[in-house]
Design a protein around this ligand. Structure first.
Ligand code: FES
Length: 115
């Protein structure tokens, strides 16, 4: 099982092949995912500090191309499958906002087309 270290928060074992945003949330970290995992909002963004997050989905590549100020190690956790150990920084947390919820529950299937 991949080991995910969310720096400054906790380290946990993730289910291999599951979407990273779901593993982060289901391990008690209040990460934002305002678009529900469709690579639209970028609130689920993380900084990859170590490890291989895998190739970008086309959807992620297209969305991040619009955010030119972001460093290349910023990725969308809704578009990453847990395959390898990762050391990450969670950037946007519900508890650090005035929002009432983190966003719609992200579906298990990364290939869901969205609305
Ligand atoms: S981009 Fe919106 S939840 Fe990932």
């Amino acid at each position: 099982m991949p080991r995910i270290e969310a720096v400054g928060i906790k380290t946990f074992e993730a289910l291999a092949g599951r979407r990273l945003v779901l593993e982060i949330e289901d391990n008690g970290i209040d990460i934002l995912h305002r678009c529900g995992g469709f690579a639209r909002c970028t609130t689920c963004r993380i900084e990859v500090l170590d490890g291989d997050p895998g190739e970008m989905t086309e959807r992620e590549r297209t969305r991040l191309a619009r955010e030119q100020e972001l460093a290349p190690n910023i990725r969308l956790s809704c578009q990453i499958l847990c395959e390898h150990d990762l050391k990450i920084r969670v950037i946007n947390r519900l508890s650090e906002t005035d929002l009432s919820d983190a966003g719609p529950r992200v579906l298990e299937d990364i290939d869901a087309t969205g609305k």
